[in-house]
Each structure stands twice: as structure tokens, then as C-alpha cells.
Design a protein. Sequence first.
Lengths: 355, 355, 355, 355, 355
Amino acid sequence: MKTRKKEPPHKKKSKLGLPPGSLVFTGKQKLEDPFVTVSQYNVEEYRTTPFQKDLPAVDPQYVTWIDVRGIHDSELIEKIGRTYNIHPLVLEDIMDVQQRPKYEEYESGFYITLRNYKYDGELRTIIPEQISIYAGRNFVFSFQEDQEELFAEVITRLDLGRGKLRARPADYLVYALLDRIVDGYFLVLDQIGETIEELEEEILTDVTRQTKGKIHDLKRELLTLRRSLSSLREAMSLFIKSDSEFVDDNTGIFLRDLYDHCMQAFDILETSRDNLTSLQDLYISELGFKSNAVMQVLTVVATIFIPLTFLVGVYGMNFDYFPELHYRYSYFVLWVLMIIVALIMLRYFQRKKWL
Amino acid sequence: MKTRKKEPPHKKKSKLGLPPGSLVFTGKQKLEDPFVTVSQYNVEEYRTTPFQKDLPAVDPQYVTWIDVRGIHDSELIEKIGRTYNIHPLVLEDIMDVQQRPKYEEYESGFYITLRNYKYDGELRTIIPEQISIYAGRNFVFSFQEDQEELFAEVITRLDLGRGKLRARPADYLVYALLDRIVDGYFLVLDQIGETIEELEEEILTDVTRQTKGKIHDLKRELLTLRRSLSSLREAMSLFIKSDSEFVDDNTGIFLRDLYDHCMQAFDILETSRDNLTSLQDLYISELGFKSNAVMQVLTVVATIFIPLTFLVGVYGMNFDYFPELHYRYSYFVLWVLMIIVALIMLRYFQRKKWL
Amino acid sequence: MKTRKKEPPHKKKSKLGLPPGSLVFTGKQKLEDPFVTVSQYNVEEYRTTPFQKDLPAVDPQYVTWIDVRGIHDSELIEKIGRTYNIHPLVLEDIMDVQQRPKYEEYESGFYITLRNYKYDGELRTIIPEQISIYAGRNFVFSFQEDQEELFAEVITRLDLGRGKLRARPADYLVYALLDRIVDGYFLVLDQIGETIEELEEEILTDVTRQTKGKIHDLKRELLTLRRSLSSLREAMSLFIKSDSEFVDDNTGIFLRDLYDHCMQAFDILETSRDNLTSLQDLYISELGFKSNAVMQVLTVVATIFIPLTFLVGVYGMNFDYFPELHYRYSYFVLWVLMIIVALIMLRYFQRKKWL
Amino acid sequence: MKTRKKEPPHKKKSKLGLPPGSLVFTGKQKLEDPFVTVSQYNVEEYRTTPFQKDLPAVDPQYVTWIDVRGIHDSELIEKIGRTYNIHPLVLEDIMDVQQRPKYEEYESGFYITLRNYKYDGELRTIIPEQISIYAGRNFVFSFQEDQEELFAEVITRLDLGRGKLRARPADYLVYALLDRIVDGYFLVLDQIGETIEELEEEILTDVTRQTKGKIHDLKRELLTLRRSLSSLREAMSLFIKSDSEFVDDNTGIFLRDLYDHCMQAFDILETSRDNLTSLQDLYISELGFKSNAVMQVLTVVATIFIPLTFLVGVYGMNFDYFPELHYRYSYFVLWVLMIIVALIMLRYFQRKKWL
Amino acid sequence: MKTRKKEPPHKKKSKLGLPPGSLVFTGKQKLEDPFVTVSQYNVEEYRTTPFQKDLPAVDPQYVTWIDVRGIHDSELIEKIGRTYNIHPLVLEDIMDVQQRPKYEEYESGFYITLRNYKYDGELRTIIPEQISIYAGRNFVFSFQEDQEELFAEVITRLDLGRGKLRARPADYLVYALLDRIVDGYFLVLDQIGETIEELEEEILTDVTRQTKGKIHDLKRELLTLRRSLSSLREAMSLFIKSDSEFVDDNTGIFLRDLYDHCMQAFDILETSRDNLTSLQDLYISELGFKSNAVMQVLTVVATIFIPLTFLVGVYGMNFDYFPELHYRYSYFVLWVLMIIVALIMLRYFQRKKWL
């Protein structure tokens, strides 16, 4: 079992006294340089251009999707903001990785932030990554913290023209990206479910001092996940009810489906948490049982031998006038007596189910 | 007691990266070939045709009910979808057995999914089966996971023309199917109630290490059941309030009754859960009592004999100058003394109710 | 203490597969033949006719009140239903004693079902009886499970013309009946309060193994009562807000008062439940205290005598070269030493408040 | 510590079967004769008349305030009701001291009932007194259970013409009375806070068996207080939102302030309750710690001396062939050995922090 | 570890019987003389004047900001109230440091009260300071309890003309002040998070009796913080929804952002509380583990040596006829036997994992 290097969980870089809208990256830089991919597509074609100095203009013929991996570079973020006229508060939120999932509407588009999760089963840790999406008429920006190609499958679908992705407006791309992330939650929840099964096994066969710590760790992780999912649910609900001009009516039914998936993930999470709580009770009662078992052994042994030890002590006394010591069969009779006493006691403990 | 083969509870087959609406069966195939029954009826007649290659058209003279048992065959599901113009998301949901109960309206009809339950008392396991119902003008589709003839009684009523089933529109058939499923919940809850009674008996007479595990198992099952019933309640509430053109006003009063039954089942479930929680407390306090009892026995025996053993130890010493050893009645007096000490202690323990 | 014959608490007779509206009595028959009283009154007179074969027509000059005790006879219920045109679902509910309290409106009247309670202090059991009331223009039906003359005082008030009962329409009679039942709740809650006091006394003076079982029993009963009162509160709230033509505006203020009483009963119930929970904690901590007390006795005795026993053991050894054995005052000195050791220890334990 | 004479907490005198509106005093009579003070004031003058047989008419030139202390005299209450045309249900509520705090509007005025509290720190008991206020155009009635001059300061303010009390309409007097009562809550909560501090001190220094009982008592009191405050909050909220003709718009802002005070009191109460719960946990863990400490003493003593006793027992055996007994330094060597064993064990326990 | 001087937490100076609007300072005076700063600014200039006898009139050309540090001087507060026509209830609230955070609107402006927090990690205490802000057309008053220059950064921004602060109306200054305070919450929550980490470390390595007290202390602090944040959230929500003429539409988006920060702080707080609760469970189970460990040591030692002691006792008896004593190898055989018994037991305990 690897040891976990703990980091203070809610370390928020001090923004004390800065005017609002100040761009400060509050996370841990996960890659050297930001990595920007610009894709443009419509029903007929799909083209992707590697990012060079200049940001492309939004072309009404195409849906333009700019995917930014690495959000620590405040200059880049600011440039994007300036070029596409994004509200400073949105830019601030993109760089602040401590955001709660939320949905907000602005004049030029709408903003969604949520988290992608991976699970490290060995350390029982959930690794979050903040994803921000800002979309409007014909454009979508997505911002990820690290390098991983989270949206590879979406790109493949765009490239091959599979499904109806290319035929639909920008908000459907947003849906596709969100769908990818939410689907990932089920994977994480599955893995957590397996860890819980393992813990249950461990409790029932071989409780150790570490077991409790593991439950504690996992509980803390689920707690964080829960808060995040709970906010996401709220955000998705706002998204569905949105009457923004940038959200197409036809996308609504898909969003509702996505919302259902969130609810489902939340349900599974709640079940996991309740299972974990129930596991804790199981753990406590296992301790109680173990403690009882230990005490029973002690009691049985002590209760049988202490009286016998008294008896043999009696006949170890050195009184001058001590008739029993001189009878021929005293020793033999004493053994018989002691064996009978021991047997009666064993019988008694057996009836009490202590043996 | 059979041992339970545990399966990871929320195993969701990976649909990561598939476009939405992809038909993937997420459950465990329970029968070889799907089994399709086509029934058509109106107030005058009822006919059932075994399913052959072609799906019958919806005949406005009749209510057409197509009951599909076995939902692992994505081709069949897709064919049904194509033939009767069902939204792809509905088809996806039908095949995804991890759905939460829900009610949704579409252009051509409405969709309800819920679960049927059986209870295996020996393993204290609730066995769920997902049921999906899609209904519209003059037609009802029902999808079950396994082969069991769940709706046999409904078919009998249709066949014999009992009740008003044949005289009413398609939504009343939906009501009849739901009523059959919800009635089944009470049976399951009854059986669970009996298991709880047995557990209470077990705790009060003979707690074993397994007892806690059993409570834990049952609690987990009730938890799952609760989430499902809770969603169902919501879904039913939406169904009742529906102003869909496919839901007849006259059916409303029956749906309200059905909703009441759901509430009632939910109440019983909650009571069962609370009883289970109370049982756990009882269990913990039984452990505490047992532990106290063990310790009392140890304390009584040790407290009586340890001082006596000390006393006899005293007279076992080998000092040269040891006056008591030489008196005539020392031994006898010592016995009297020891018996008095023991009696006083016994009296003390009796007053403390430790005996 | 009488032993309680436990019955499965939620035994619902199987109605699986019956068409809705089927009349099945789901309770335990409590009297031989149903007992029907027909009363008719207006501001001027009150007459009561024993029930004979034919049910009287509703006479617009009078308020007709038909009180049925014993609801197991489905023929009678059906006949009443047919004669006065009551919806089949109401009839089904009247005979199903597992109903949650509810209020429903129909074309010809409104339907209220709730429970009357008695408390058996010896067994700590609440005995429920389902009461159904169906009322409309100029008529009231009341259905009770058993023979007890629950509404005797109401009849007396009608007979003597006391209060304004006779001067008001049928809905005021409904109010009077409900008022009688709700007043009975306070009696039951009072008696439960007394049982709780007794249990507290018992815990503080003489905890036994049964105590926990008693708390568990009472908790379960309160749980059931709570669910029932909670539904009743909801039902009453619907009743108050009703704009049914059968509920007079002048009755509204009385219903609000009745609703207040329900709330008050609910409050007392909640307080009782919290008290019971607090009692459980008290119980657990009493166990802990007792366990500590036992262990302290053991520890004190063992800790004093084990070292002394060691000491006397030392001088019981048979070494050839053992100087102390031969000194004149060895034995005496040893006693002094042992008494000093014992006193020091006693002092130590006293300082620790273990004595 | 005085012993508390416990009374059944929710003793409601039986009103079973009485028609609604019957005047029955449900409390314990606290003074011989009711004490009625009649005050009349306007911006210019204030006069108070001792109550004689006849109740004064309401004079539109003045605000008339009738303060009744002692509410057990149903004749008096009935007379007041008749004279000033108060609804019978209000009169019934005034005499029923088990009322939940509430606000109700009637044709001729509005009715508020709430509780005044005193705290007996020695018995950890909250002593409630029901206050009822009925007010309308130019008149205010207040009803108190006992003789205490609760509203002395209000009278002084009226008398001296301090503040704006005399210049405002009747509803402002109601506000002043309520303000007086709610201010008293903070005093009670302060005193309870002190008791909690004392209990915490007691737990951390010297837990006794009584401690738990005290926590239990206080918890029960807070529970009752909480329910009452919770209802009051609701009632105040209704009062604020009232559009009754008897509530002046200018009073609204003061009522909002009063509502804030209620909320504040409620908050403090909740904090007290949570503190108490946390105290209970502290108590339980203190017990656990104490239990561990006791066991550690036992274990240390027993573990050191039991092996040594075994050793000396060995050399107390009487075998004919027992070489060690005859060596010159056996006895000395044995002592050295035993001391080494004891030291090793002490070291071990020290490392385990059991010493 | 410093010892904490506890003060009764909710000491509210008695205002019993005072007319509402009476100015009574309910806190502890933290500085000698109040310290008043008057700033005036518009987009072009910023000037600050030290406070002299006379309060400046509000100049429509400027935003006037009067910052008062030290609120114990009721004369000053009253003077400010008179000069700028502030409602007496607001003045009363400013001086009452026990206020719950709230937002209220008056004719001439709006009033917000909330708390600023500092955290003393050594004592695990949160030190609150009440901040009141009253603002209207072109003016802002802020009231702080102590001398600390809480708003230094805001003054710098005003002075240097950084950000858009000077270009915006008075309500934006209010936003800037609130933003400063809320940002401070994250700092406090971070520090608390670190304390929790330390406590977890302490529990897992070296539980002491103090640990529980520390958790208890921190829990109480978080409780108080939680109530305050919860009220603040409510207040902020009212502020956002305000349609007061003094709140500019353009400020709305910033307030929403501020509200988000509140929510975020609240989330972190909740997570901390849950972590603390989980820590308590960890603590209890550590105690249980320790208790088991102690008992296992006792049991192992006692169970091995008690039977052996019995055996050696047997051969210490003084019977005349005691054959074994006379055999040549008895002593040697006994040792072998005892070692075998001991080894078997050790093996047994090893299999049970007690060693």
C-alpha cells in the first residue's frame, strides 16, 4: 500500500485585496506550455489547425471549437478573453480551479464549469480536473487543466462525421463534451464501488488498524465528490431551463437525458456513501465482537484456573496440624475434585456459548 | 445458509465515447432469445398472435399490446424503434437496465420505466428486473428483462373480458400493468418484514457474528429499494399531472390510487428501514450486555479467589519463626475465615446484581 | 409483564392480479356481524333507527348519518356503495385497513380515512383502528373496524341537542367525529409519556436486559404512529383548503382548530420520540458506567492482591540458602510491608475515585 | 443539588367528548384569584383603574389595555369574551395552556399566543408560562398564567410617556409586550449557556454518574423550548405578513425587528443544542478513556506480577531432585532475574504510553 | 499549548425593558476612542479628510465613505444617525454585536451586517468582528469593532485609481468591502483545514485525552461560523434580488459572483465539518482499538501464566503421599511440559493475530 502524500485540501492562493476580475491561477501547474487546438466544422467538412500566434475569427459558416489544455498562462487566457469578448469574471473563474460547478449566462454566450474525475484505487483518491466551457453563437471554448486527451472520442466522431454531431449547432457540441465527462463519472463510481467491496471483505476477514483510516479516507473523497455532483446537478438544471438564444430547442431533450445521467450518478454516489456508513457500523461492531472474544478467552482461562490455583495453594500451606496432608489418597482425590470443578465450569461456559 | 456470490452492484458497461442513442445492453442476458407476444383487443374481442418476423401495424380499431421479454437483442429493439417511430433515447433507455424509474413524454407517446422486484429470503437479496413501458394512441409496448410471465393475470383479464380493461383505451392497460408491478412490492416488503422479525428473534436469543452481516446486507438492499421507490414516486407524480393527449382523464383517478399505493409501499419501506436501524442499536446494546456479563463473571471469580489465594500463599511461606503455623486450630480457623470472606463478597456482588 | 404475541406488522392480504376496485377486507375480523346505526337529525329533532334490510334514502330535510361498525362484510359495503352511489375505489379503501390517512374528493362527496388509537400500557402497544368517513350533501357515513362505541358522546350531543351540532350541516358532523378521534390521540400520547417516565426510572435505578427491548418496542410503535399522524396532517391540510361544495365556509374555522390539534399532537409525539432517543443514549451510557464500575472492582482487587501474592510466593520458595527465612522478625516485617503496600494502593485508587 | 419532582410533561386534562369551544382550564392554578388591570391611554394621558365588577367599554379616544393575570376562572374569561365579542375558540385557547404559539386573525381582532420562560439553574428546568394576547381596534387583552408583574416596564413607559408608546395605536402595544417576552428569552438562553459551560467543566474534571442525567434533563428542556420557539417563529412570520386592518403599516418595521430577535434566539438555542450533543460525545469518550485507563492499570500490574508469581511458584515446588534449590546464589540470581523482567516490561509499557 | 480563557459565548447585555431603538453597545470595547475616516471620491479625484467635530454633508458630486472603527460610543453613533437620517433600529443593530448577518432596506438606503473573522490556530478559536454597512445614494458608512485596517487595500485601490472602483457608484464600493471580507473567509477556512490535518495526524499517531477536547472546541467554533455563513448566504441572496434604487443593475453581476464565493466558503465549511465528524469516529475507533490492544496483552500474559502457575502450585503441595515429587526427572519433565503448553498457546494467539 503506497503512502499518500497529503496536501491541504482547500488551499486557495491568496487573492486578498486584488480587484475582482484579476486573473490568478489558483491550482498546481500540470504541464509546461498550454496546448491549444482549434477545430472548425460544419455538416460538410471538419478541419483542425494547430494553434499559432493568432486566434482565428469566428466564421459563421463553421462551428469553431477552441480547446485549451493548461490554464496557468494568464496572458493566453486574457488574450482569448479580449479576442472573443468574454466577461472578465468568466476569465477569473476559468483560472480559479476551486470553482463549484455552475452555469451562467452572459451576453455573448453561456459558461459552464464542472470537474472531470479519475480514481486512483491504490491510494483511494479521486483526482479532480476542472473543465470550463464557454460557448455562444457558432463557437465553443473548452479549458482543461492537464494534457490528457479527454475529448479524443469527440474529435474522432467529428472527424469521421459519425452521429449527428457535425450537423448540429455549437450547443450540441457542448452537450457532447459534457456527456463525455459525465460518462466518466460512472467509471469512477464503479471503481469506488469495488474499493468498498474490498473494504467489506477486509472487515469481515481481517480487521486491521489501517482499515478505519481507509474508510475515513474514502469517505472524505466521496464527500468532496458529492458536493461537486450536487452543484453540477443544480447547474445542469439551470442549463436545461435556459431560454438563452444560444441553446437550441432540439438540444433540450439531450440535456434532459444528461441531467438524468447526473441524477443517476448522484444516486449511485449516495448509495456508496450509505454503504460506507453501514461499513463503519460493521467495523465498530466487529471491534466489539473481537473485544468480547478476547475477554471471553481471558475469562474462561482465569475462571477455571484461579479457583484451582487457590486449591493447590491450600495444600501448599505449612501448618503443623493439617490432617488432609497425611491421608493416603488425598492427592489423588484432589485431582479428581479439580478435574470435576474444571469440567463443570467448561460445561457452564459451553452453555453460555463462550467456547 | 447459502453463501451469496456478490457482484459489483453498479457495474455499468462502458459506453464511454459512444454517441448518445447508441443501443448497448448494460445488463446480464437472462434468456436465450427474446420472446415477443402481440395482443390486440377492443371491447368485443381479444386476439393474441405469436410474434413472427413482421411487426403488426397499429390498427386504430384495436389496442395493440406488444410485450417483449428479453431486451438484450439490440437488433430487435432497433427494429421496433424504427417500425413504430420511437425516439432513439427511449430505445437506449430500454436497453440500459441501470435506469432510475422515470416518466417522459415524447411526440408519439409516453415512456415509463420502473422495476419489478422479487425477494430471496435465504440470501436476503432483492432481485430487480427493469420494466419499460412505452405507450401512445392505441398501442402499448412493454419490455421485461427475463422470461417470467409477470403479466399473466392481466392477459387472463383481457382474455376473459373481466373488469373494464377491454373497454378502455391504451393508457388504462398501462395502469393495469403498473398496478400489477406495484402490488408485487407489498409482497416483497412483507417478506422483508418477516426477515426483520427473524433477525430480531436472533438478536434477542442468540447473537452471532453473522447477525451483524445479515443486518448490513438487508440494509443495503433496502437502501437500493428505497432509491428506486423514491424515483418511482416522482415519476408517478409526473404521470398523474400529465396533460398528454395519450392519457385519458378517466384514467386519472386510477393513477392517483396507484400513486397512493406507491406512497404506502414507501411508508412501509421507511418503517422497515427504521426498524432495521433500531435493530442495529439493539444489537450493539446486546453486545454491550454480553460483554458486561462476561466481565462480571471474571470479576466475581477473580475477586473472590485472588484474596483467598493470597491468604493460603501466606501460610505456605517457609519462615523459621512463624507462630500461626504451630497452633492446633490454625488450619481450621483459616478455613472459617476464608469462607466468611467469600460469603461477604458473594453477598456484595448479589447486592450489586452481578449474580 | 405479559409476553407479546408478535404479528407480522404489515401483512397485506394478497390482492395480486385482482382488478382494481375489488372489495377485499385486509384486516382481522373483530366482530361477528356488522353493526349499523342510522341516525337522522335536523335542528328540531333527532331520531335513530336500528338498521334493517333496507337502507334509508337521503332525506334533504335531515342530515342522515349511517355508522357502520365492522367492515369485513363485503356484501354490505357493496350494497351501501350501490345505494348511495359511492365510487368503487372508495369502497375498496374502506375495506383495506392498511390505508394511509388521506382526504379525497369525489363527485358526490368527500372521503376521509384516519386511525383511532388505543394504548396497551402493559405490552407497550398501540392498537390502531381504521376509521373511514364519507360525506356529502346531507349525509355522512362512518366506518369502524370494531364494536366499541367510539362516537357515543357525539350521539349524546345530538340526542340532547347540546352545542350547535344539530343546527349545522353534515360537514360539521364530520368535524365532530374527527374532533373526537383527534382528542383521543392526546390520551394515548399521555399514556406513552408515562411509559417513557417509567422507563427512565428503570434505567436510572435498575437496568435489565429487558429494558432495551422495551425501548425498542416503544420506538417502533411511535414510528408507526408518527407516519400515520404525518399523513393525517397532510390530509387535514387538504381538507381545510378544500373548496368542495360539501364543505361549508363556517366549518373552516373549526377545521383549522382541528388542524392545530393535529399539529399539537404531532409535536408531543416528536418530543416523545426525541425523549426516547435520549433515553437510549442514557441507557448506553449507563451500560458503559456499569461496565466501568465492574472493571474498577476487578482492577482494585487484582492490583492490590497480585503483588502481595507474589511476595508471599517469594517466601514460599524452598532455596537452601535463603537468609530472610531465618531472621526472627521476617514474618512480622513482611506483614507490615504488605499492609503498607496495600494502603498506598488504596490511597492511589481513592485519589483516582475508583473507590 | 435539589431533587426534581418530575411531573408528566404533557398532561392534558381530558376534554374528550366535550363540544368544541368548551372552556376548560388545562393547567395548574398558580394564584388564588385572577388579577385584572385595566389601563387606558392616549398620547396625552394614561390612567389605570383597578378592576371592578364591570368591564369598561372600549373608548375610541383611548387605547384600552386589559391585563389578566390568572386564567383558571372560566366565568371571568367567558364574561370578557361576551363583553368584547371574542370568538369562543379564542377563549378556549386562552384557557388551554398546552397551546403551540400561534397567530390567528378574527373578525374583531387578532390573537397571538406564546410562552414566557424562566430558568431554574439548580434544577436545570425551564418554567413556561403561557401568554395570550388578543387585540383589535383600540384595545389589547393580555392573559398571563401567574401573578408575576411581567409587563412592569411597559407600564412604567406608558406612565412616564417614555418612547413613542403612547403616541401609537394598539398594535404597537402588542409589539411592546411581545418585545418584552422575547427579550426574556435571551436571558434564559444565557443562563442555559452557563449551565452547559458548567457541565463541560464537570465532564473534563470529574465525570460522575449524575452528569449524564443532567445532560439528559437539559436536552429535554431545550427540546421543548425549541419546539415552542419554532412555532413562535412561524407565528411571527404570519404576523408580519398580516394585512389585517388592525396592524398598522408603521408597526411592520418593528415586527420585522422582533422577528429577527426570534431568529437570533432560535440560532442561539440551536447552537446550545449542538453544543450539548457535542458534550454528550465528549462524555462518552471520557468514559471510554476512563475505562481504558482502568484497564491499563490492571494490565500493567497483572502483566508484571503474574509471570513473577509463576517464577516464585516454580521454586516453591517440593521435588526431591531440584538442583537449583541447592546452589548458593540461586535466590540472589532469581531476584536479579525478576527485577530485569519487571524492568523490561515497565519499559515496554512506557513505550506504549500506558504509564 | 496555551489554555483558553473561556467566556460565556452568548452574553447579551440585558436590554430587558428598554424601549426599542435604545442604543446599547453589547460587545467588549476593543479600543479607546472611535476612529473615523472620511473619504470622498469620484472618477477624477480621491480625498480623505481626518474626522473633526463636524460630519461632512453628502456631496452629490462625490461618493462619500465614512468608515468608523470602534462602535462603543453611543453618542457618536447617535450623531451620525441624526446627521444622515438613519433609522433608529439600524443604529441599534450597529451597536448590538450579536446580530445575525442580514440585509435590510430602508427609505434612505440599505443596511448589511456581517462578520469578519480571524483564526487563532493555537487556541483553535475563531475571533469574530461585526461589520455593519449602511449605504444609499452617494454615501457608504462602514462600522467595525476594532482598530485593524481591514479595508487598507480598498483605500489603496481608491487612492491609486486602480480597477474601476472610482468610476462606479456607491453600491460598488459596498461590493468591494464585502468582497474583501468574504475573501478573508477562505484564509480562515484554510487555516482550519490545516488544524484538522494536524488533529488527524495526532489521532493516528498519539491519541491523548486532550485530543477529544480539541475536536470538541473546533467543532463548536465551526458551528458558530456555520450559522453566521448560513445567514450571510440568505442576506446576500436578498441583496442580489434587491430592486432598491440604490443598487445599480451593473453591480448585480458582481454581487452574483460574491454570492458564489459565499456558497463556495459555505461548501468548504461543510466539508470541514464533515471531516471533523469523521475524525471523531476515527478517534472513537482508535480508542476501541487501543482498548482491544491493552486487553489482548493482558489476556495473552494471563492466559499463558495462569495455567502454569497452577501447575507449579500443584507441585508445591505438601501431601505425604505424592509420588511425582520423588521421581528423578519430574522437575525436568514439568519444565518441558510447561514450555510445550506455553508454545501451544502462543501459536494459538498468533493464529488469532493477537500478537
